[in-house]
Write a new protein. Structure first.
Length: 332
């Protein structure tokens, strides 16, 4: 009888001290251990980006192989425009098959900021935020943690959803007003995929590109596309249209408190895949992946190449101007 009493008392003490409870630290340790053991993974999902009330939807296909090899395919569902971010031992590439161009970066991507579609980045954000919040629900777990997007200060936090088996289900990234500007819904994760040795090489990656709508090569820019958001005290002071071998170029000069230059030109399609050395970091901007430096932003959208540069604007200000450039011509 005495033994039964002592056993019951011991069980009550263990229960009262929370022994056996699966904590948020346990979850993070288990996830980190699992990812570190993997030889690779493959993730499929859908990504939604909100910009100035416009919604952009992408199909996302992520391949990862141990030793820091990545391939991220991003396909715009409205026109099947596909780009691939590829990292291998030679560097980081943004492949743009519809233009027959591959932009090569010497970059720390994906380690330089948060990445909504990479498991390593998500777990790192969870681990690094000591003030994170955690909630257990009937069907899984939710973490709320800070994000690290140094060139987009509007993005401040993310909610990360796992099921009871710790499989990632969804990620939402919010601004300071609690509006979700990016949302990833995970359709499937394969933790034991098979990759060929050449899977992360440029030529092999291009073979996986889906056949979709090609960019219509246009030889004339009939209308100027103006930014809708300008820094206070800054205005358009000159606009010059010049001819080039394969089309037109429009050069706009904005002067005032925060001057900048905006160039728009017809996007040329190369006859063969061409690798172009590019300075800066890959950056996902609305409907395309561009290149961002400390004082410039370059991207291609709708058959037009954009180049935005300033000696005084910071990355956040450059981004706000770029995001305000409408796809339709507007009045000055």
């Amino acid at each position: 009888m005495k033994k039964i009493f002592l056993l019951t008392l011991t069980l009550l003490i263990l229960l009262s001290t929370g022994c056996g409870k699966y904590t948020e630290d346990d979850i993070i340790k288990d996830l980190e251990k699992k990812i570190n053991k993997l030889s690779g993974y493959k993730l499929e999902g859908s990504l939604e980006i909100l910009n100035n009330e416009e919604v952009y939807n992408y199909d996302v296909d992520v391949s990862y192989k141990k030793d820091d090899l990545y391939k991220v395919s991003l396909t715009n569902t409205s026109n099947n425009y596909e780009q691939i971010i590829l990292k291998n031992n030679d560097g980081v590439y943004v492949l743009t098959p519809s233009l027959n161009k591959s932009f090569k970066f010497q970059s720390d991507w994906p380690n330089n900021n948060s990445q909504i579609y990479l498991l390593q980045s998500i777990i790192s954000d969870m681990k690094n935020d000591k003030n994170r919040s955690f909630k257990e629900e009937k069907n899984g777990y939710i973490f709320s943690v800070k994000v690290n997007y140094p060139n987009n200060k509007k993005l401040v936090k993310q909610d990360i959803y796992f099921d009871k088996k710790l499989k990632l289900k969804r990620v939402k990234v919010y601004n300071e007003d609690g509006v979700a500007l990016m949302s990833l819904k995970v359709k499937d994760i394969d933790y034991s995929p098979t990759f060929k040795k050449s899977s992360f090489q440029v030529k092999e990656a291009l073979k996986t590109v889906k056949t979709g709508e090609k960019i219509m090569e246009t030889s004339v820019l009939e209308d100027t596309i103006y930014p809708l958001a300008l820094p206070s005290g800054t205005k358009l002071v000159s606009e010059e249209k010049v001819d080039k071998t394969d089309g037109n170029r429009i050069i706009m000069t904005f002067d005032g408190d925060k001057p900048f230059l905006l160039v728009e030109e017809t996007a040329g399609i190369e006859e063969e895949m061409t690798i172009i050395p590019t300075y800066g970091e890959p950056y996902m901007l609305m409907d395309t992946v561009g290149a961002m430096t400390d004082n410039s932003l370059t991207w291609t959208s709708g058959g037009i190449e954009y180049y935005l540069v300033s000696d005084v604007l910071n990355q956040q200000e450059l981004l706000e101007i770029a995001q305000s450039i409408n796809v339709l011509p507007t009045m000055k």
